[in-house]
Design a protein around this ligand. Structure first.
Ligand code: MG
Length: 282
């Protein structure tokens, strides 16, 4: 049977104070292809969670000292992205709502079969994928596939903080297409959209792969964040972008850049790049 998810990428930590139960669950899941570790106390689980890279915590609830509810709360605090399934017995010192409120995605009643817990893990993986897709869509410009303006401001703020902290140079490019309105009027909006898409590709092929990040700022305006780039690097990349548009045909672009200096905030930095773009335009 073709599997939807790569189980091998999931690291599961199983915790149960009854060692035999923990081992049964561990075997059940490692036989299905998951990477698994097991421990026999909440304290050991916390220790493992701090040192390992787990995507799932499968936790017993009734355990001496640190019980499952407390463990789930602490695990969530430690790693908000971790997925949690609580294994419950017949004890009634807590409600299912307590477990969910503590931060678990789901619970499963002991004893259970491998199919049952696999199905629950699958459902959580589907939810995670949907959440990731929504997250990606919310920061992507659908026409060009570049990041959007909202993400631009978030990233720029992060990069400014990083530049301040680590004393790295940081530059920014703003560009807009020349006479794009005329192009639209002459060729129609569909062709205009194609040109915007093409512009995104020209920009991507002109900047440093996996280093610089390109954004559609809005309309026919684009932005590129150049990390660890001083004035000289920014100028080089700016020229490469201009050259890309000259070669690409169709439209040309005016490009302005700015290099960050310590007293600037996000707005000052963007305004400076915009001023330089305006100069380039003239
Ligand atoms: Mg127990």
């Amino acid at each position: 049977m073709e599997r939807e998810f790569d189980y091998n990428k999931e690291n599961l930590l199983i915790v149960d104070d009854e060692i035999e139960t923990g081992n049964v669950v561990k075997d059940m899941l490692s036989n299905r292809g998951f990477k698994t570790d097991s421990v026999s106390s909440g304290e050991n689980a916390l220790h493992e969670l701090r040192n390992g890279r787990y995507t799932f915590l499968i936790s017993d609830i009734n355990m001496p000292e640190l019980n499952g509810i407390e463990l789930i709360k602490m695990a969530k605090k430690e790693n908000p992205d971790i997925n949690i399934i609580a294994m419950t017995g017949y004890e009634k010192d807590y409600t299912y709502m307590d477990i969910i409120n503590a931060g678990a995605n789901d619970f499963i009643v002991k004893p259970f079969k491998g199919d049952e817990i696999e199905a629950k893990i699958n459902r959580i993986l589907i939810e995670r994928r949907i959440r990731d897709e929504l997250e990606r869509a919310s920061i992507t410009d659908s026409l060009t596939g570049l990041f959007n303006q909202r993400h631009f401001y978030n990233r720029l703020k992060e990069e400014i903080d990083r530049a301040n902290r680590q004393n790295h140079p940081l530059s920014l490019i703003l560009l807009d297409l020349d006479k794009f309105k005329d192009y639209n009027d002459q060729h129609g909006h569909l062709a205009g959209d194609k040109m915007l898409d093409k512009s995104g590709k020209i920009i991507l092929s002109s900047i440093r792969e996996n280093v610089d990040t390109a954004f559609r700022y809005g309309g026919d305006e684009f932005a590129v964040i150049l990390v660890e780039a001083d004035n000289a690097i920014a100028r080089k990349i700016r020229e490469r972008v201009e050259w890309g548009f000259q070669q690409g045909g169709g439209v040309t672009a005016s490009v302005g850049s700015a290099t960050y200096s310590k007293e600037m905030d996000v707005k000052d930095f963007v305004v400076l790049a915009d001023k330089n773009l305006y100069k380039a335009k003239k």
